[in-house]
Every structure is written in structure tokens, then in C-alpha cells.
Design a protein around this ligand. Structure first.
Ligand code: ACO
Length: 326
């Protein structure tokens, strides 16, 4: 099996900022409640007509540049998203077309907020067999389009954004050391977008019932999230033969600052070793860990040789972790 390394990362955040103060004018909420209960101050919102493939493409261009590969050398594209441009074709195919890449295999994975880690794991498996040489893994979300802007319990939480990474076969010590993925379908109904699929196709009733927007039982998800992220983190470390003290920085999924703090406590980690950007972006589902990965590298919080970990949970319920030597 070949070793697989992350050779470049990129991210793209829309320009438009929606603040907690703006939300106060839209639903019955307050900057104080949102800040105290979630840690979020503002989030980015995609421009009208901007789709997941557009943000994904911009993040991918930066990742390809950072990796120093020719786009035509990419032979595998995987996009993680719950907000694809359309049900099909895959957003990965639309990104391929926008990047002008010819004939690379392209498909989407859907594991909600765990999507980027899942896509990394799939790409690593496919590259390690030697069947592919260079993979582009993109996580892109425009959650503002599936947010119910009349539901204060969810609309304050989410934002739009995209992150990307180029993965290549490599020699030596660096690379993806382990991944761990898990799911519990028993909890599928804690977090879902009920209509628009084969179970409840779009109809006047589904539109009137606001069933094309995300629904969530927040406090039930909260408790499971902390437990499963900690388990995922430990399982990935164990597979890599490492201890928590070997990790330079953890990039957790950013759903709620209280979840991140509870995770730090469970892992007995100082908050300084945990990357937090929820204040400016909110929860960007699959894109969150991808953007976080790009930011820790670009800010110099981790560099070549450092061991980092991505850890996430989300709808499904799904969870996962990836331990990586940069
Ligand atoms: N502004 C003001 N009050 C609010 C708001 C708001 N925006 N939202 C809810 N409230 C009220 C509720 O109505 C409730 O009032 P009540 O006590 O009078 O009934 C009170 O605040 C407390 O509500 P809870 O839902 O119990 O608040 P909680 O502390 O659990 O915070 C939150 C809610 C932020 C959603 C939290 O539960 C959470 O972050 N959960 C996890 C979310 C998550 O991680 N999702 C998974 C990833 S998403 C994905 O996969 C796409």
C-alpha cells in the first residue's frame, strides 16, 4: 500500500457577512443568546446564483496552486456536500468541468458534517492501491439555501464556505496516518432535510410544510456529538499508534463552542491545542474541517512534520477523525 500525503490546501469564503445583529431583525433572537449558547458572532452567505461548485472550484484552485501540481495531473475528484448544485450530476463533475480537468474520476460523498473526513478517507484508500496518483478532495456547502430563516433554533447556526485539499502518493514519514469513521442510523431523524428525495418528492404540501429546510433536535445531537467526537479522536490515534500528546493541533467540527470545549475536557486537552474559527463562520457542515485545515496551515499553526487531527460529527448520525503528519 502506498503512503498518501496532503500536498496543498485551499479555502473560499463568500464575501457577504451576516451578523447576529442582522439576525435580530429577522427572528426573535439576540446577539447575547447566540454568542453565549453557540460562540458564533457572524457567518458568510453566498451571493445569489453562487452554487456549491463555484465556492468549491475557488477553494480547489488554491489547493492545486499550493500543491504545485498541474490540474491535468489530477485523476480523482471527490466532493463532500449536503448542498450539491442539484441532486445529480455530482457536484464533483461540475467542479471538474469548471477546472477544465479532463476525464478524472469524479463523484460526491454525503456524510453531512463528517463529509470532508469521509472523502479524505475514501481518497486515501483509492490512492494507496496505486490505481490513482493525485486526488482533489473538496468540501463545499451553501447551507443558507436549506436553512429555514423563520426557525430561530437553527437559522443562527449555519454558514456557507468551501475547503479543498490535494492528496498525492508520497514516500517517507509524512501522510495520512489513520482515519476512523462511524455512524448510527438509529439517530437519523435528529438531523435531516425531510423532503426532496425519493421518500417525499417535492410537492405543494412539502413546500407549504417547509420540509425542504434542515430540521434538528439540537440538544439531543449535542450530547451524542461530544461522546462520538471523543471516541473517534481516540480510535484514530490508537490506529496510528499515537497518544494525544503527539498532536500539535486538533481541528474539530465547529457546530457549537460549548461542544468544542466539552470535547477538549473529555480529551484532557488545553484549548490552545484546539483550533476554533466558529466565531466568524458558524457551522459550514462538511466545509468546516476543510477550511480549518487550510487555515491552520496558512496561519503557520502547523507545518511540515507536525501531526494534526481532524475530528467531526454530523447528520446520519456520522462521526470520524483523521490523523495526519503534514
Ligand atoms: N435565540 C433565542 N432563544 C433561542 C434560540 C435563539 N436563536 N434558539 C432557541 N432558543 C430558545 C429555545 O426556544 C429554548 O427556550 P425555552 O427554554 O423557553 O423552550 C431555549 O432557547 C433553550 O433551547 P435549547 O434548544 O435547549 O438550547 P441549547 O442550549 O441546546 O442550544 C443549540 C441550542 C445551539 C442548537 C445546541 O443544542 C447545539 O448546538 N446543538 C448541536 C447542534 C449540532 O451540532 N448539529 C450537528 C451538526 S449540523 C449538520 O450535520 C448539518
Amino acid at each position: 500500500m502506498k503512503k498518501v500525503k496532503i500536498t496543498g490546501t485551499g479555502s473560499c469564503l463568500p464575501e457577504k457577512i451576516l451578523t447576529n445583529r442582522d439576525l435580530e431583525k429577522m427572528v426573535e433572537t439576540s446577539d447575547e443568546w447566540i454568542t453565549k449558547r453557540t460562540g458564533i458572532k457572524e457567518r458568510r452567505i453566498a451571493a445569489e446564483g453562487e452554487a456549491a461548485s463555484d465556492l468549491g472550484c475557488r477553494a480547489a484552485e488554491k489547493a492545486i496552486k499550493a500543491a504545485g501540481v498541474d490540474a491535468q495531473e489530477i485523476d480523482l475528484i471527490i466532493c463532500a456536500t449536503i448542498t450539491p448544485d442539484m441532486v445529480f450530476p455530482a457536484t464533483a463533475c461540475l467542479i471538474q468541468e469548471k477546472l477544465g480537468i479532463e476525464e478524472a474520476a469524479a463523484f460526491d460523498v454525503e456524510a453531512a458534517c463528517t463529509g470532508f473526513i469521509t472523502a479524505l478517507s475514501v481518497a486515501e484508500g483509492m490512492l494507496s492501491t496505486g490505481n490513482y496518483n493525485n486526488a482533489l478532495v473538496v468540501a463545499s456547502e451553501i447551507l443558507s439555501r436549506i436553512t429555514d430563516w423563520q426557525d430561530r433554533s437553527t437559522c443562527v447556526l449555519f454558514g456557507d464556505g468551501a475547503g479543498a485539499a490535494v492528496l498525492s502518493c508520497a514516500e517517507g514519514e509524512t501522510g495520512i496516518l489513520s482515519t476512523h469513521l462511524g455512524a448510527s442510523g438509529a439517530y437519523w431523524d435528529l438531523l435531516s432535510l425531510p423532503a426532496g428525495g425519493s421518500l417525499r418528492p417535492a410537492s405543494r404540501e412539502t413546500v407549504d410544510g417547509r420540509l425542504h429546510y434542515m430540521r434538528m433536535e439540537g440538544n439531543k445531537v449535542f450530547k451524542i456529538a461530544v461522546q462520538k467526537m471523543a471516541e473517534g479522536s481516540r480510535a484514530s490515534l490508537q490506529k496510528a499508534g499515537l497518544g494525544i500528546e503527539d498532536i500539535k493541533i486538533i481541528v474539530p467540527h465547529q457546530a457549537n463552542l460549548r461542544i468544542i470545549k466539552a470535547l477538549a475536557k473529555k480529551l484532557e486537552l488545553d484549548m490552545e491545542k484546539i483550533y476554533v474559527n466558529i466565531v466568524g463562520y458558524g457551522n459550514m457542515s462538511a466545509a468546516t474541517t476543510a477550511v480549518g485545515l487550510d487555515e491552520i496551515i496558512r496561519k503557520g499553526l502547523a507545518s511540515e512534520g507536525d501531526i494534526i487531527q481532524l475530528v467531526a460529527f454530523g447528520g446520519g448520525l456520522t462521526w470520524g477523525a483523521a490523523t495526519v503528519r503534514l
